[in-house]
Write a protein that binds this ligand. Structure first.
Ligand SMILES: Cc1cc2nc3c(=O)[nH]c(=O)nc-3n(C[C@H](O)[C@H](O)[C@H](O)COP(=O)(O)OP(=O)(O)OC[C@H]3O[C@@H](n4cnc5c(N)ncnc54)[C@H](O)[C@@H]3O)c2cc1C
Length: 450
């Protein structure tokens, strides 16, 4: 699309508020686009927690594009998604990922969050690689931003001025408040306790070695209930990360946050008396049992204003049931990197941020809605949403369900070009609509452009 190329690119001095997964990805993408980037993190260790985080092909593709050394994250490459019967543990719905890389060009990784974060941080800060190394300033809690001048004020008294500010400060975002967004939100009807099980402990105790499945495994989810156990192997299979969901009526952890004292194992087991004894035995040797607070946020009306935009959980926090929160943050970072690159950035920050919102808000809020639905019906989860032949299969609206094809056929460059062309009053002739190829028929029966 030569007609899209815009002269006028200029180097920007960019501030990223929040040094989590999204903030680090934004920093990598923007340094590669030629800009000077400073990341401000409120904590001194970037606050990452001891649990797994999944990265499907739509996230993994950007890690490779940015030359991230993915091996440093010690991921498990997933081979399948398995939904098991709550009581017997027998597989009910299985989605094979054996041909996943062949189909989508990239694997489905399961990382440990701390390893993934360290891998991204190193890539952002290292001297090698494209662009200027990113500067990380810890113990810098953003307090306010002056939207007229781009000046950030921090709790430690530091003040910094930037041409562009990325608010990657997570679900409780201060930057979001500065933009005047007041979320319509409520605590989820579901609670979650997380536990880690060392594979070596399980094997020593004579329990099933689930790490061998290299699968994201689910118990329950078909019953229209909140109860669900999600097992994700990470750290090359050495660690089994368990997310245990149940009704908030059974146990309410909304007043407690991650990082406080570990909960006793009896509390973890209490909501699940009828659970498959094989996985229950794993939970019984669980460590580091921590509550994960779940909030349902309605989509925000906008995610940018002046020279500031929101990214990741700050812009579209979602329930965890599509395992796409991190991937959406990575995609946001990719969009920012493309829009401020030498090829597409005309020097007009407002235009680039408007297009960022045009492309990110619809896609991220669609995933956000699908994640809320999958909370009580696993058939809505991408992958399982293709398994229409199982007897329990039922979704709210077949034409609206989210599928792996929609997630992974998406071409962000095409979306950027289409939306930029619209903003610039130029004709867009490529055979894509919102990044999806015209004529593609999705498993929900929708044909793009029909
Ligand atoms: C336990 C857990 C498990 C998860 N599992 C998955 C999964 O399997 N798959 C998936 O896709 N997603 C998962 N997620 C969600 C996913 O991790 C997030 O969607 C993703 O990390 C988004 O990252 P973020 O950078 O937007 O926010 P965060 O990772 O929350 O990072 C925000 C950062 O901003 C910092 N910060 C906050 N306020 C300020 C301030 N005022 N000033 C400066 N810095 C500030 C915080 O300290 C933090 O480092 C999980 C999340 C949690 C907590």
């Amino acid at each position: 699309m030569g007609s899209i190329d815009a002269p006028g690119w200029r180097e920007l001095n960019i501030g990223v508020v929040g040094g989590g997964i999204g903030g680090m990805c934004a920093a990598i993408a923007l340094r590669r686009a030629g800009h000077i980037v400073t990341v401000y993190e409120r904590a001194d260790f970037a606050g990452e927690v001891g649990a797994s985080v999944s990265c499907a092909a739509n996230g993994t593709r950007w890690l490779h594009e940015w030359d991230v050394d993915v091996a440093k994250g010690d991921p498990v490459v997933l081979k399948s998604l398995i939904n098991r019967d709550w009581r017997t543990g027998e597989p009910v719905s299985t989605y094979s990922l054996e041909d996943y890389e062949e189909r989508w060009g990239f694997v489905y990784n399961m990382f440990h969050r701390q390893y993934m974060h360290a891998m991204l941080k190193e890539c952002a800060l290292q001297a090698e690689g494209e662009g200027y190394p990113v500067k990380l300033l810890v113990n810098h809690k953003c307090q306010d931003i002056d939207l007229a001048s781009g000046t950030i004020t921090f709790a430690n008294g530091h003040v910094a001025q930037h041409d562009l500010i990325i608010g990657a400060d997570g679900i409780g975002s201060v930057v979001r408040r500065v933009l005047g967004i007041h979320p319509a939100k409520k605590p989820a009807d579901q609670s979650c306790l997380h536990a880690n099980v060392l594979t070596s402990d399980a094997v020593e105790a004579g329990l099933v070695d689930y790490s061998r499945d290299a699968a994201l495994e689910y118990w329950g989810g078909q019953e229209g209930k909140w109860d669900k156990i999600v097992l994700s192997p990470c750290n090359g299979g050495k660690l089994l990360s368990y997310y245990c969901f149940f009704s908030r009526e059974v146990g309410d952890y909304n007043g407690q946050s991650w990082g406080t004292e570990d909960r006793p194992v009896e509390e973890l087991l209490a909501p699940f008396p009828g659970l498959d004894p094989l996985v229950r035995a794993h939970l019984a040797i669980g460590r580091e049992i921590q509550p994960w607070r779940l909030w349902v946020h309605e989509p925000y009306p906008y995610i940018q204003k002046s020279m500031v935009c929101l990214l990741g959980d700050a812009g579209h926090p979602m329930m965890p049931h599509q395992s796409q929160g991190a991937c959406m943050a990575i995609e946001d970072a990719a969009a920012i990197g493309i829009l401020f690159s030498k090829k597409y950035f005309s020097g007009d920050v407002a235009e680039a941020l408007a297009v960022y919102q045009d492309i990110r808000l619809p896609r991220a809020t669609r995933v956000q809605a699908a994640a809320a639905k999958a909370a009580y019906n696993i058939n809505e989860r991408i992958g399982f949403s293709n398994n229409t032949n199982i007897s329990q299969y039922k979704v709210e609206d077949e034409t609206k369900k989210l599928t792996i094809e929609e997630m992974n056929s998406y071409d962000m460059y095409k979306d950027v070009e289409e939306q930029l062309a619209k903003r610039r009053g130029q004709e867009y002739t490529d055979k894509y609509i919102r990044g999806l190829p015209i004529g593609l028929t999705l498993p929900n029966g929708i044909t793009i452009g029909a």
